[in-house]
Ligand binder design. Structure first.
Ligand code: SF4
Ligand code: SF4
Length: 718
């Protein structure tokens, strides 16, 4: 009895000392990052929601359970370990008294049953994990495995440790049943009872030894597990609740964070190049929340498996970005945490070499993140959507882009023209401002252009967007939306030449300076005109005006055209009547769907059009697959791997549709280009078209035979 007490308590002291030292070191490293007072403020403001978030995300395992089998296995293991905290208390109690029982509940049959039930649940969970890992072996499956690039050896060690936790637990409980000190009615603790039956022939003397041995081994394994957790990816067990608590609300999709330096939003006019932080130029520029993200990654690879860049053979994996940053932060930590330059000079050569590594540079030049990785991101949000521990990949990627653009002037050369056009002409193509109103002259009704104040009878300002005003295919959607609003009797006006690019391409590229210049110009125009309600046709404009302009003081009621049109149909103000007999599939634009949760209105419009047979692609709604244009990728060459728009259109072609519909001018251009390439190679029928849902609706709303295919629509030139 005394010996087991000494061993048990001795191991506890050692394990807590080792784990505590590591946790202290991790805490110092995290807080070497930039302050993030807004995260603490968010958490405070949302205390009620925080409890709900913890209940659904952490306890409820919401995101994990989307992946049915691995999610169920993880939930069983997680919930099992919560319940098994009771058995840890019992094991410690048994060090002092063989007949220990938890005060109050220690003899309840139900507790014995539930402990055994979850022990078996954890065993089932780790068997499932083993099968999943064997079937997704990255050595065999290569990039197709979501575990490609993860530290798989550590994962196997942890699975082995979890098995030992359960094995030693059931063995000591089984032995206890034979020595007469088991606290619960035997048959209720069914798994321990089965093990007890198997050990029973050994006699009570041997069972006493087994009981003592396995109690000590149980504690040794748990304490070993505690230490391993603090040194491995299983740190997420401790950090995930914190990371979820301090994550952005409702998630890190939609708006980008404003640029912050030393915890304050950066004002370009007052910024000090020597004292302020411009984006993420070194690992210490990450905030403590950013550092927490790095430490929380579970290496599950869910983000990687959904990333369009990774899926199409590009070097970007959101998981690998997080792991590379984490490995770099850990390797550079002694340098970061050193008290003085003198101390830094005493550090081993490999630490000083790590400190010298540029955050973004070619890998053979020592970079942590290769530029091809950084510039491959489409900001589609699939990684953020999937991540079970709420890591904010896009903020980190675009934070690094900001530093590259603003300080290093290092970005793909083809983006320079787009930025110059934005600065000089306020649109990415560099077209003359007055061209923005040309589409109006092609209509047979009048569209008022705001001149001074917006008319008192005007309900909506129609934000057309650069593509909608200047790009031929997108212009057809613009005219269809205008016609539908006119038909429904909605009073609307446009800014015409006064409308400037929202700044989205500049911001997503990392040029916060050009973004804020354009955003301020637009906010001034909108405020001077007295605009309150805006309908936007481009999801990028919609996201920027609705969710990013408030960062600069521009607050408007903004909806997307599909939301307004769906409402007009529901109210009977638009009556789809002419059948459109077509097989169709709808592509979710990332900035409408995943970033802003507008999934239903476009589908409601399609459902209202008689004759349409809509089929969903495999990757749709929250799991929609990008067209390849977001994150300013529309303006960059796609030189590596398969084209993302080709991958997407092949998925659509598998359904043999007559039409691919969408609700975004970027998607129309990207998917239209992919369709044209497929037509040229004979892989798609010549009649296949890519059009906006508004164009389909206008065909059906027009009386008589409606408009023929391609008349008003964005039909692709065959
Ligand atoms: S935002 Fe999209 S493209 Fe960028 S890393 Fe995440 S999943 Fe990949
Ligand atoms: S970033 Fe999130 S989704 Fe990706 S591997 Fe890490 S924990 Fe999994």
């Amino acid at each position: 009895m005394v010996l087991r007490m000494i061993i048990g308590l001795g191991l506890t002291v050692i394990a807590f000392a080792v784990a505590g030292r590591r946790l202290w070191w991790l805490k110092r490293l995290a807080f070497s990052g930039q302050p993030a007072p807004e995260r603490v403020a968010y958490a405070r403001e949302h205390v009620g929601k925080d409890v709900g978030t913890q209940l659904t995300e952490v306890i409820g395992q919401r995101k994990l359970l989307r992946w049915s089998l691995p999610g169920a296995a993880h939930a069983a293991t997680f919930w099992g370990f919560i319940v098994l905290l009771l058995t840890i208390i019992e094991a410690y109690g048994d060090l002092f008294s063989r007949t220990f029982a938890i005060p109050g509940i220690g003899h309840w049959a139900f507790i014995g049953f539930i402990e055994d039930l979850f022990s078996v649940g954890v065993l089932a969970g780790i068997i499932t994990f083993t099968v999943i890992r064997l079937r997704n072996d990255p050595h065999r499956e290569g990039r197709a495995s979501r575990f490609f690039g993860s530290h798989t050896t550590a994962a196997w060690v942890v699975l082995g440790m979890i098995f030992l936790v359960i094995a030693t637990l059931l063995l000591y409980r089984g032995a206890q049943q034979n020595t007469g000190v088991f606290p619960y009615p035997h048959a209720w603790a069914f798994a321990s009872w089965v093990v007890g039956k198997a050990l029973s022939p050994l006699g009570s003397g041997v069972n006493s030894v087994l009981e003592a041995t396995f109690i000590v081994l149980q504690l040794a394994v748990i304490l070993g597990f505690l230490v391993i957790v603090t040194y491995s990816k299983h740190l997420h067990i401790a950090l995930a609740p914190l990371n979820v608590l301090f994550s952005r609300r409702p998630n890190a999709l939609g708006p980008l964070e404003p640029m912050r330096s030393n915890g304050k939003v950066l004002d370009f006019e007052e910024a000090d190049p020597d004292a302020d932080v411009f984006g993420l130029g070194k690992i210490e520029d990450f905030t403590w929340k950013g550092m927490l993200d790095l430490g929380t990654c579970t290496e599950c690879g869910r983000c990687q498996s959904q990333c369009p860049a990774w899926v199409t053979g590009k070097p970007l994996s959101p998981k690998q970005v997080i792991l590379d940053l984490r490995d770099h932060a850990f390797a550079k930590a002694p340098w970061i945490l050193a008290a003085s330059d003198e101390e830094r000079q005493q550090l081993p050569e490999h630490v000083r070499a790590e400190a010298e590594r540029p955050l973004v540079a070619a890998l053979d030049a020592g970079g942590v993140i290769d530029p091809d990785v950084l510039w491959s991101c489409t900001n589609c949000g699939a990684c953020v959507e999937e991540c079970p521990v709420d890591i904010e990949h896009i903020d980190h990627i675009d934070g690094m882009r900001r530093h590259q653009v603003l300080i290093e002037s290092a970005f793909p050369t083809e983006a320079a023209t787009m930025l110059k056009n934005l600065e000089n002409k306020a649109n990415p193509w560099g077209m003359a401002e007055d061209k923005r109103a040309d589409w109006i002259t092609e209509l047979d009704f009048d569209v008022p252009v705001v001149d001074g104040k917006i008319g008192a009878d005007v309900e909506y300002l129609f934000w057309v967007g650069c593509a909608g005003a200047l790009e031929d295919r997108a212009k057809k959607a613009t005219k269809a939306i205008a016609e539908l609003l006119h038909t429904a009797g909605v009073k609307f006006a446009v800014l015409g030449p006064m409308e400037a690019c929202t700044g989205d391409p500049a911001r997503r590229l990392g040029n916060e300076f050009v973004f804020s210049m354009l955003a301020q110009q637009n906010i001034e125009t909108l405020n001077d005109a007295g605009v309150r309600k805006i309908v936007a046709s481009c999801p990028h404009c919609f996201n920027t005006i609705a969710r990013e302009y408030p960062q600069l003081g521009g607050n408007y009621e903004v909806i997307h055209h599909t939301q307004l049109l769906a409402r007009l149909v529901a109210e009977g103000r638009l009556k789809p009547q002419t059948p459109v007999e077509e097989k169709l599939t709808y592509h979710d634009p990332c900035f409408l769907g995943r970033h802003n949760r507008v999934f239903t209105p476009p589908r409601e419009i399609l459902e209202a059009v008689p004759g349409i047979q809509a089929q969903e692609m495999h990757r749709c709604k929250e799991r929609g697959f990008c067209c390849g244009a977001g994150g300013a990728r529309m303006w960059l060459e796609e030189r590596i791997g398969k084209r993302i728009n080709t991958e997407r259109i092949e998925e659509a072609l598998a359904l043999d549709p007559d039409t691919v519909s969408t609700a975004c001018p970027y998607c129309m251009v990207m998917l239209g280009d992919a369709v044209n390439a497929k037509k040229a190679s004979g892989e798609a029928k010549q009649s296949l078209e890519v059009i906006d849902v508004a164009q389909l609706l206008v065909r059906s709303v027009r009386s008589g035979s409606g408009s023929s295919r391609g008349e008003e629509t964005g039909a692709q030139a065959g």
